[in-house]
Design a protein around this ligand. Structure first.
Ligand SMILES: [Zn+2]
Length: 94
C-alpha cells in the first residue's frame, strides 16, 4: 500500500501517515530491543561463564550476554579485573 492509499483509507493527510509509520517503526524497534534484553543473564547464570568467556570459549550470543552482564555488574567486573591483573603479572614475570 502506498502512503497515498493509506491516507485515503484512513482519511488522513499523507504527512500524517508518514509520521504515524515513522513512530510505529521506532516503537517496533524499541519493543524489539526490549525483548532481546529479556535474555539477560542473572549474576548466578553469568558467574560460571566468566572463565570460558575470558578464555574466548563461548559462542557469540552467549559471549555478548556475558559481556553485557559484566558491564552492569560490579561484582563480575571486579572478578574479571582481578583475573586480568593476575594474568598480566604472570606474563610479566615470564
Ligand atoms: Zn555478576
Amino acid at each position: 500500500m502506498s502512503y497515498r492509499q493509506i491516507a485515503r483509507t484512513l482519511k488522513m493527510s499523507e504527512s500524517a501517515v508518514e509520521t504515524l509509520l515513522y513512530r510505529a517503526r521506532l516503537r517496533f524497534k524499541e519493543e524489539y530491543l526490549a525483548s532481546q534484553r529479556e535474555g539477560e543473564l542473572s549474576h548466578e547464570e553469568a558467574l560460571p561463564l566468566l572463565a570460558p568467556y575470558l578464555a574466548g570459549k563461548l559462542r557469540r550470543p552467549q559471549a555478548e550476554a556475558v559481556r553485557d552482564h559484566i558491564a552492569t555488574c560490579a561484582k563480575c567486573a571486579r572478578r574479571i579485573g582481578r583475573r586480568r591483573l593476575k594474568e598480566q603479572r604472570r606474563s610479566a614475570t615470564r
